[in-house]
Design a protein around this ligand. Structure first.
Ligand code: HEC
Length: 200
């Protein structure tokens, strides 16, 4: 198509477009000055203005870095965690103090029946878990410190769950005292001994 043909083409500029027709013409191609919609421009300029404040606040101002945000979040998560277990000495003293306390033993039995019986048997004779009524212990000597530790921390790879996060410190002491009270009762039908024999 020659330039002449283009010159002769019918004028397709509408009447109401004449005001926005730009003053240039490339080989017959003309351009209308159609502004972008207002809402689009507001969003566009809005993002530019936002970025100035954003960069100013986070890069140069007091805005927290990703690292600081992570630390804040981790601190919040830690605050949700149950309080750290009591010192080993505290728990031993507490368990020993429950010896012969009928109320505490009943409370310990209630925890045991609810949470331990399925694996250790109704009398502690052992099922999935070891016999708790014989003189043989896999973990420690079957005394307060060792029992509280294994009950609290569990034995992950052997199927003994950690009860520290589940039980309150009182319940932990009560159920430990109850377990200790079963020592040496040699419940009938008990599971074969596991671990090492310990002295009374
Ligand atoms: C899902 C089954 C399961 C439950 C529930 C469970 N235990 Fe155990 N428990 C085990 C197993 C298995 C072992 C043996 C771990 C090993 O072989 O090291 C064990 C070991 C123990 C030991 C150490 C025994 C030893 O010979 O050293 C004690 C004490 C104990 N459990 C107490 C409890 C108490 C108290 C509860 C309830 C609060 C409880 N267990 C609930 C499975 C269980």
């Amino acid at each position: 198509m020659s330039t002449r043909d283009l010159d002769n083409k019918p004028n397709i500029i509408l009447d109401d477009e004449k005001a926005i027709l730009l003053d240039h013409n490339y080989d017959g191609i003309e351009e209308l000055d159609n502004p972008l919609p207002k809402w689009w421009q507001i969003i566009f300029y809005g993002t530019i203005i936002f970025s100035v404040f954003y960069v100013g606040y986070y890069e140069y101002g007091s805005g927290p870095s990703s690292q600081q945000e992570l630390e804040t979040d981790l601190a919040a998560v830690k605050a949700l965690a149950p309080p750290a277990p009591q010192g080993a000495d505290d728990i031993v003293a507490k368990i020993d103090g429950l010896k012969g306390d009928a109320g505490a033993m009943a409370a310990g039995k209630a925890v045991y029946d609810g949470k331990c019986l399925a694996c250790h048997g109704d009398k502690g004779q052992g099922l999935v878990g070891p016999n708790l009524t014989d003189k043989f212990w896999i973990h420690g000597d079957g005394k307060a410190a060792a029992v509280a530790k294994v009950v609290s921390e569990g034995v992950a790879d052997k199927g003994m769950p950690p009860w520290g996060p589940v039980l309150t410190p009182d319940e932990l002491a009560q159920v430990s005292a109850y377990v200790i009270s079963m020592r040496g009762t040699n419940a009938p039908g008990g599971k074969e001994p596991q671990g090492a024999e310990v002295a009374e």
